[in-house]
Write a protein that binds this ligand. Structure first.
Ligand code: FAD
Length: 396
């Protein structure tokens, strides 16, 4: 079977398919693991806290998605949370702990603390662990191989893969599309910034749509509320939402709060956009208008040195650009981030076309029309593994 893409969903699918006995080829556009998954900073949600439950996680996800998600997909996502964390841990993802207990934060839109982290580069740690597991297995790799064509055959699919050394066709009994949501490409077509990796272009999604695969909420996109607008070197960089979990507030030019910082993403983004549209924004030296993210409050609320410890990556990125976020606030504005919808799937990741599966950001229905932060990394693991297993069965 063929897996297209090597973010969290592609590598999870490849591992579970190999475990189910399939011969697997992973074809990926650039290096193994180069993906949006590797950029994720905030963390991954799963109901593992004492005061939490799968039912509560399910309810929060469904509500944040405006009740547009498919209930059976949300149920499978949230039920799979604790096992996904255990599996990632077994592969070597070093989840952060305090006094021996898993560190669990509350994030916007969640009624309970539920966000687990591996330091502040959770996605990079996931990619490192998954990539090493994939390399340890008998899984064939085609790096630098982009899917450019796909057609059904009598017994499965034939895929065109293009690389620097030319094109080739491969046949597969089943295919898992895990090529992400392609929002960088969508943003560039419109002259907008996005938080996404350069590989995040939508051609694989478009191939499946052209073949007739059904979609759900394909054009529902999500903004990340706190994209940096200044300094210019950090334009489009998304400050993790944990900055708000740790106490940073969002203020307009009069110092008034613009929104409940712990609301779901779309509500926070709308609050910022409304403040800017209403003339309450703050203009950066490059002419961009945004609002203040009051980052110095993080150390004020949690103690000196907290930012340097828990948000070292962000802190250092800004220091290199000449801004100390512990001493001065930063200017932010919502930035294109995530495709909420995508290819319609069932709980096995099966699309509406026989032998064609999809997992991760390329698929829709799991998050409705607004995703809770931390649920996407979980989605990649839960649905990647489900799709890999089911596709292995279909290929046999
Ligand atoms: C800056 C940033 C921060 C984020 N933070 C978080 C967070 O804290 N928590 C959270 O849950 N989510 C977060 N997200 C969202 C989350 O990381 C992604 O939605 C998720 O990782 C997508 O995983 P994926 O495997 O579906 O796709 P991706 O990780 O995007 O992987 C897609 C893969 O497909 C490959 N590909 C693309 N086109 C082709 C082609 N034509 N042929 C072959 N291969 C192709 C790419 O090279 C890549 O390997 C964040 C996203 C970004 C951009």
């Amino acid at each position: 079977m063929l897996v297209v893409g090597s973010g969290g969903a592609g590598m999870s699918a490849a591992l579970s398919a190999a475990q189910a006995g399939a011969r697997v080829l992973v074809a990926t556009k650039s290096a193994l693991g180069a993906s949006n998954t590797g950029r994720a900073q905030g963390g991954i949600q799963a109901a593992v806290g004492d005061d939490d439950s799968v039912a509560q996680h399910c309810a929060d996800t469904f509500a944040a998605g405006h009740e547009d998600a498919r209930p059976e997909l949300v149920r499978a996502l949230t039920e799979g949370g604790p096992a996904a964390i255990e599996w990632l841990g077994s592969l070597g993802v070093p989840f952060s702990r305090d006094d021996g207990h898993l560190r669990i934060l509350r994030c916007g839109g969640a009624s309970r603390p539920r966000l687990l982290q591996a330091g502040e580069r959770t996605g990079a740690e996931m990619v490192r662990a998954l990539r090493s597991a994939v390399r340890d297995q008998d899984i064939s790799l085609a790096e630098g191989a982009a899917l450019t064509g796909l057609a059904p055959t009598a017994s499965g699919w034939v895929a065109d893969l293009a690389g620097d050394d030319g094109s080739r066709a491969v046949e597969a009994g089943a295919v898992v599309l895990a090529a992400g949501g392609g929002l960088r490409g969508e943003a560039e077509r419109r002259g907008l910034e996005s938080t996404n990796h350069p590989d995040a272009t939508p051609e694989v999604l478009e191939l499946a749509v052209d073949l007739g695969a059904q979609t759900v909420f394909l054009d529902s996109w999500q903004r990340h509320p706190t994209g940096s607008i200044w300094p210019a070197a950090l334009l489009g960089y998304a400050l993790p939402e944990t900055t708000r979990s740790y106490g940073a507030t969002l203020l307009d030019h009069d110092g008034e709060r613009v929104v409940d910082e712990m609301a779901p993403r779309d509500v926070v983004s709308e609050g910022i956009l409304a403040a800017v549209a209403g003339g309450r924004g703050v203009e950066a030296p490059n002419g961009r208008v945004g609002v203040w993210l009051q980052t110095p409050l993080i150390d004020e609320r949690n103690g000196a040195g907290f930012t340097a410890d828990r948000l070292a990556y962000v802190h250092n990125r800004y220091l290199k650009a000449g801004v100390d976020i512990t001493a001065e606030p930063v200017l932010v504005h919502p930035v294109l981030h995530y495709r909420n919808g995508g290819l319609a799937i069932d709980t096995d990741g099966a699309t509406t076309l026989p032998g064609l599966f999809a997992a991760g950001e390329i698929a829709g229905g799991v998050h409705g029309t607004n995703r809770l932060m931390g649920n996407s990394l979980l989605d990649t693991v839960v649905y990647g593994r489900r799709a890999g297993r089911a596709a292995a069965g279909a290929a046999k």
